[in-house]
Write a protein that binds this ligand. Structure first.
Ligand SMILES: [Zn+2]
Length: 59
């Protein structure tokens, strides 16, 4: 869910869902989904925000 919220923030930064989708899909076609910059940024944000939660569960 945090990953999807990161994409929502990207919509806002890019001026809406249409510009987001144009850039996101272009990046996916150019780089592949795993290496698309917008996708990688969402994965990194989610990992960064979830890391403290994962660490607290192991204590
Ligand atoms: Zn994503």
């Amino acid at each position: 869910m945090i990953h999807e919220m990161a994409h929502t923030a990207q919509y806002e930064q890019l001026g809406g869902i249409t510009p987001f989708l144009e850039q996101y899909l272009s990046e996916c076609l150019t780089h592949g989904i795993a290496n698309a910059p917008l996708e990688k940024a969402a994965v990194e944000i989610a990992a960064h925000l979830c890391q403290p939660l994962l660490q607290s569960e192991t204590i």
